[in-house]
Each structure stands twice: as structure tokens, then as C-alpha cells.
Design a protein around this ligand. Sequence first.
Ligand code: ATP
Length: 618
Amino acid sequence: MTNTNFFARIRYPFGVNTSSPGETPEAAPPVSVREIFRRFWPYLRPYRGWLCVVMTLILIAPVLDAATIWFFKILVDKVLVPRDFSLFFGLAAAYVVVTLLSGLISFGDRYLSTWLAERFLLELRTDLFRHLHELSVEFLERRKIGDTLSRITGDIAAIENLVLSGLTQTISYAFKIVLFTGALFVLSWQLAIASLVTIPAFWLTARFFSHRIKAASREKRQRTGSISSVAEESLSNAALVKAYGRENSETDRLHRENLGSFAAELVATRLKALFSPMIQLLELAGVLIIVGLGTWQLTQNAISLGGLLVFLGFLSQLYSPVRGFGQLSNTVFAAAASAERVIELLDQQPTVHDPIRPRRLNRARGVVAFDDVTFRYPHAERDVLHGISFTAAPGQTIALVGASGSGKSTTGKLLLRFYDPDSGAITLDGADLRSMQQKSVRHNVSVVLQDVLALDMSIRENIRWGKPDATDDEVVCAARAADAHEFITGLPDGYETRVGPHGRLLSGGQRQRIAIARAMIRDAPILLLDEPTVGLDAAATARVLAPLRRLMAGRTTIVVSHNLITVRDADQILLLDHGRIAEAGTHPELMGRGGRYAELYRLHERDHAAPDAERETA
Ligand SMILES: Nc1ncnc2c1ncn2[C@@H]1O[C@H](COP(=O)(O)OP(=O)(O)OP(=O)(O)O)[C@@H](O)[C@H]1O
């Protein structure tokens, strides 16, 4: 039980065990910081000019800080100690001017830095999203969607920390170290050398912690992806979870993943929390050494009181960037863990490519042919289609029937060129799909799938999705042809009604008619129907069949169906069996042959007598 683990961890919050419960998504391959810069610098290149401005502001700021501290020396040595007012007003004016300038510079720096960071995030995220859509459907379907989402959101933000904030901070820290070390040497070279004694200790401490923090950060990022995966999967299947009473086990699953993140976060926090006081201790040691030596120098008149105070001021300014460098390496490593995960996605290549000079097709006539097509899914062990051949003339309907898993939907996916066949060819109007631009192939095909896809937008927008430049009249026309106009106008907001996520605010039949309207408006010469009536009851099936017929009229249609009765008018029926065409012909031919099809049809006729009767009247 997960709680045992949980309490074990709560009881031993300072334990060193980093192994965590739950299953982490696979770790991305490690990438060097140099590689990360090589990969992500191009997103900043267009803003080089602005980046230079930010750098300049970042360099001016410490100079102003140094000036303010120097004014303090003058204040102590020339005003306070001699009790002389003559320089006071000039100094006060200088303080005000420098403070105003600092404020302006800090404003400009913060605003510009944020603008650059946000532009970087915007462009990288959009690019990654575009890239994901270019990848094969299969790649996305195989991945945990929640993990992919966390890469698009959190991981990309962490890269910005490295590539932009990390870069500007490194330059700022390096400049401050040079500037303040120089100032220390100007004030007293002996004290300066003494104060640098603690620097190697700083460096070693930072190194010790940074590797460990990197490992903990990587684990945490993976765990975050894993939490999103479980939450997304579980909540998107809420109906299934409820129906099977699995709420508790699903909550346990999320809890387990969260424990993993909990443990990883504790390890990272423990390391960071130890790092800070250690550094503070080193800082204190440095200051005490200087106060001791400085007091001795005061007695020798080797330094003025103002000089010593300002020396301590510069020293505190020096420790801050050195300390920053130590923490920066932690930020760098934490961000590297995220960059690895994003680069892994960016490096994925689509399995289906356009050729170098693709053929573009405006409107196909609609001759679809499969010629001896054999296909195996990537990573699968067996072929799912063997030697499939058929030809559909323009306007003809080809029905694919057969047992579940026989390869019907796969045939449709090949027609949409989601995959390429391993041997044989699929042609459209005589041209091999592989020689054509993928977009123009898909532009010629309308699809209505069993799992009706609806986006969480208005009905009007859902229909228009098929043809983005369609007018309102065209939308209404398509809805009428799909027998959807009546129910749409009956809804309180009519065409503006939002359909909810996955169209769940509509019934299955209504969703299907919206999908038909969307295919109507697209008006492609080829139509792919994958189980368009599955899950609908007899009455809903009957209501959908009439608009479907209108949609099919004049288009080459490939229809996949388990329901043999709905496809008996097809010009050719192909009965698939384990990826092979077992029987082919028209309904009367196949019935006359008395084979498997005839047997299956009779079984269906008995089971579907009622819907069939309704279909006749539809
Ligand atoms: N992405 C995939 N990766 C690997 N194998 C797959 C993939 N999709 C489907 N398959 C396998 O390919 C075979 C054919 O699947 P397909 O979906 O084409 O069958 P189908 O005839 O449409 O089945 P159904 O009628 O149940 O929808 C099945 O054995 C299935 O397990």
C-alpha cells in the first residue's frame, strides 16, 4: 500500500534514499550545456540587438553600485570624520542622481529581459508544438500525453532560465567580480589578497552540490511529467473510472506518482538548503578575516576608516556574484534536465516525408487504388496487411468489412498517408501517394470517424473546421444536408452553442451529424468513413444514414463497417481476414457465393432486423 511508503518518508524527512515509488517516464538522453546553447540560441538570434542593450544595462548597474559605495568613503573620510559640511550637499546631489539612474537602468533591464524571455518562450513553444503536429500520429499516440504537455510547458520555461537568464547573469556576475576585485586591490592590495582566500572554498562547495542538485532536478522534472500523465489519462477517462468504481485506485495511482515527486523535491530542497548556510558561513569567515586585518591596518594608518568600511562594502558586493555563480550552476543543471527532455522531442523525425519535389494535386478525380500493399506498424512484430489490392473508380463505394483487428482502419490510415506501405503502392488518380505532397493528399479526403472528433468550440466553428473560409450560408447549407440544422436551431444558442470538450454536450448521433456536416462543407472528392454508425442506437443510425448517403453521392468512398447491412449497396465489398482480402465482390455476388460473407450477413440480418427496417424508411 502506498501509504506505508508515504509515512516512511514523512517519518524520515532527512533520509538519503532517493529511490522513489511509481513509474517514471523514460529519461531523455543527457545533453551537454554547449549542445543546449547550440540548439536554442537560434531562437534569440533575431533579438541580438536587444540582448546587447540588456547586456549594456547589466554592465552599467554595478558601476553605479560601486560609485554609491565610493561616495560612502568620501562621506566618512571627508564629511563625518573631519565634521566638515562643505562636501555634504554635493555628495547628497550625487547620491540622488546615481540612485535615479540606477532606478531607470533597473527598470529598463527588468522590462527588456522579461520581454526577451517571453519572446523566447513564445517562439520555442510554438515551434515545438508545430513540430509535434508534423510527427507521425503513431508517435504521439504512443506517448503519455501528460508527459508531453509538461515538456511543452514547464520544461520550456526551464530552458529559458538557462539560455537567456543564465547567460545574462553569467556576464553580469563575471563583470561584477572583475570590477569589485579591482576596487578591492585599489583600496588595499594586502586586504584584497586576504579576502580572496575564501574564494576557492566557495568554488569547491558549489561544485560539490551542483552535480547532486542536477540529478535531483532531473528526477523531479520526470516525476512532474508523470503526474500530468496520470492525471490526464485518469480525468479524461472519468466515465470509465466511475463505471468500474476505480476512483480509489486511480487516486492511489496519482498519489504514488506524487510521492515520487515529493521525494525528488525533498532531495533537491535538502541539497539547496544545505548549500545556502554553507556559503553564508564562508562569507562570514571572509568578512571576519578582513575586519581583523583591517583593524590592524587602521592602527598602522595603512587605511582610513572610510576606506575599511568601503572595502567591506565592496567585499559584500563581490561575494554576491561569487555566490550567484555557485547557484547559477545549480540553475544551469536544473535547466539542463528540462532541455534534455525538450531536445528529445525536437529530435524526433516524422516517419512520413514529402519528397524533395512533391506533386501537388488540386482536386483529384478520385481514383483510389491499392496495389499489393503490405504493411507493418513501426515497432510491431507482424504485418497487419498482406497483399491488399483494390481499385475504386470516381464516385464508387468500397466497403471494408471483417472481424475486429483484421486491418480495416489501418487501410484507411494508409490512404490518409499516416504511414507508408512496406511494399506495394497506394495511388490517387494514378500517382503514388509517396510522390505527392501530404497536404494535398489529405486535402482531397474527408473523414468521418467512429470516435467523432469535436473541438470545444461553437457548432458553427466545428462545422467550419472542414473549410475555414466557408461563409455562414455554407455552414447552414452543410448542416441542412447533414440533417443537423433542425436540432441545432432548437438549441438555446443555435449555431453558437459550445459543444464542450470532445463534443460531450451533444448526443452521439448529433455529434455524428456535425461530423457529416463538416465533411460536407469540405467537399473533398474522396470520403473515408470509419464505422460512422458505431455506438448509435437503431433510431440514431437511421437518422445518420440518410445524410451519409447524401454525403457519399458523387464521391469515391471507402467505408469501414462492422454493420454489413449498412454497406450492402457498396460497389465492392472487401471482406478482410487477418490483413488479407478473403472475399471481394458486390453484395449479390458474395451472397451468391455462399462463403463467409454470406454467413456473416445472415447473422447480421437476424441481429439487426429492427434497424434495417428503420433504415428503409429513413
Ligand atoms: N498503432 C498501432 N501500432 C501497432 N499495432 C497496431 C496499431 N494500430 C493497430 N494495430 C494492430 O493492427 C491490427 C489491425 O488493426 P485495425 O485497427 O486496422 O483493425 P480493424 O479491422 O479496424 O479493427 P476494428 O474493427 O476493431 O476497429 C490489430 O491487430 C491492431 O492490434
